[in-house]
Each structure stands twice: as structure tokens, then as C-alpha cells.
Design a protein around this ligand. Structure first.
Ligand SMILES: [Fe+2]
Length: 134
């Protein structure tokens, strides 16, 4: 299963959709680097960028939720925090152990299980709310 952007992930909110596209492109770069056996430094560099980008993206998304009084803000925010913690964990493991095969698998899992599900379920609800159809 690929991780490229697909139309069914669109929320209909351009700012957020564009950030999600960028996130998926960047995660794809990270996975490719892992699979090609790139060194820890390069993987860490990609992961650091992603970490900062994720924080900016979540904060933009949460800002929109707060402005529009999205009712599930609190639990959505908690999911964002758990993703940030998982990324921090990946970073620590790369820094400590380098790029190992189980790390590649975990990165893949984090992406497919978490990010795609989060966008297609939780963020979709935000999109509906923002478009006034919640
Ligand atoms: Fe979200």
C-alpha cells in the first residue's frame, strides 16, 4: 500500500489539504531513505524536518478547530499529542541505534495506521465542521 495523496483524503479545506499533501510527500521521502539503507544522519535530518512540520500543521489545524468551536477539539488534540510522542520515540531510537529494519517497519506502521486513519476519520470530521456540514 502506497502512501501517496489520494482524493478521498481531501477535507475540502485548502490550507489543511495542502499541509497533508506535504506531510505525505515528506513521510514518503523518510521511508524511501530508510528502505535504501541511508545512514542515521540523513534519516534523522528528514525526521527533524517532519517533526517541526507536524507541530506547525497540528497547531494550524487546532487553531481552525478552536476558532470554529469544533466540539471534539480536546480528544483530537490528544491524538495529535500521541503522534508527536511517537515521532519523538522514533527519533530517539534512530539517534541511539541507527536505522534498523524494525524502525523501518514502525515508521511504515505509524504512517499507514495512524496518519492515514487520522486524516480519513478524525480530520474529515473537522473538514465537515469547517464547511458547516458537521
Ligand atoms: Fe488532525
Amino acid at each position: 500500500m502506497g502512501i501517496s495523496w489520494r482524493e478521498e483524503l481531501a477535507l475540502g479545506v485548502d490550507q489543511i489539504d495542502n499541509q497533508h499533501k506535504e506531510l505525505l510527500v515528506r513521510f514518503d521521502m523518510l521511508l524511501t531513505a530508510c528502505k535504501q539503507g541511508k545512514g542515521g544522519d540523513e534519516v534523522l535530518y528528514l525526521l527533524n524536518f517532519l517533526d517541526e512540520y507536524v507541530i506547525t500543521h497540528f497547531s494550524d489545524e487546532e487553531q481552525l478547530q478552536k476558532q470554529s468551536k469544533f466540539p471534539d477539539y480536546e480528544s483530537h488534540h490528544q491524538e495529535h499529542l500521541s503522534f508527536i510522542a511517537k515521532l519523538a520515540d522514533l527519533k530517539k531510537r534512530i539517534a541511539d541505534e541507527g536505522v534498523q529494519i524494525d524502525l523501518v517497519l514502525d515508521t511504515n506502521k505509524l504512517l499507514l495506521d495512524w496518519l492515514i486513519r487520522h486524516i480519513s476519520v478524525r480530520d474529515k470530521a473537522v473538514g465537515k465542521h469547517l464547511r458547516g456540514t458537521y
